[in-house]
Design a protein around this ligand. Sequence first.
Ligand SMILES: C[S@@+](CC[C@H](N)C(=O)[O-])C[C@H]1O[C@@H](n2cnc3c(N)ncnc32)[C@H](O)[C@@H]1O
Length: 288
Amino acid sequence: MKAPGSDNNQEITTSRQISEEHFGRITGYLQKKYGLRIPAEKKVMLESRFLKRLHALNMNSFSSYLEYVFKEGKTDEYLNFIDLVTTHKTSFFREDYQFNFINKILPQYCPKAVGNHRLNVWSAGCSTGEEVYTLGMVLHEFKKQQSNFDYKITGTDISRPSLLKAATGIYSMEELQGLPNDLIKKYFNLQDDGKAVSFSNSEVKARIRLGMLNLNNPAYKLEGTFDFIFCRNVIIYFDFETQRKVLEKLVSKLRPGGYLFLGHSETAIGTTLPIRSIQPTIYQKLNL
Ligand SMILES: C[S@@+](CC[C@H](N)C(=O)[O-])C[C@H]1O[C@@H](n2cnc3c(N)ncnc32)[C@H](O)[C@@H]1O
């Protein structure tokens, strides 16, 4: 892709630093729009991420890059920009005690003897999909034991590149770390190049929906309520007020008796929300 105003033959002499003014503009914008808190210590990391992008676009200044990103009507580059300023670290069975917890409570939550159950699960801030497919494998295994059980998984994020990767279901061997071998054999096919695998269970895939959703939006346009909401390692990047508002909106989308799962360094303790703490990072909505 060629950026406007770029010069093919000109050697790129980009300043390696973002001016304080530009850094302030970027962080101010991200805080207002997404609730993201970007401390000054992150400036160097952002500079290195932006520089790579500037080189790829053959651009030579941060100001022209920002102009390009925020051009009227927002270019596709805006979506890459959002991807660059967010952290996408994730893995299969991350914080595996939470999936053990699900395995433990599912038989009581969806008792075999009581009619049909359709569990509605939301992975809010799903990144590249590892969390979504982990939930898919856990719920599919349970469905094999209980035929009147069914489920639907919604994965949302603000990063389009992450969601596109999630939709492919293709992962490198390194990205499978933490995934037991028997599950790799059951749920993944080796790609032709032998270097990556793809999630191959079409029954699970058919129950997964992915889409863009900014958790800082005033309301979430998602139908109905959820039995389980996973919002792990996402609110940690938000300022305090956004954390409070997001937790409130997440709990309002939770079915009474349903569960909220947060990341290991996140908490809902100290809020006045209608939830009770089951164990660190796991909360249940009260039946009021
Ligand atoms: C560190 S990843 C966590 C992935 C996964 N939940 C896990 O714990 O492994 C954080 C994700 O939150 C997303 N995110 C950040 N701000 C967001 C917002 N305002 N709304 C929705 N997603 C957001 C990022 O794009 C990123 O993919």
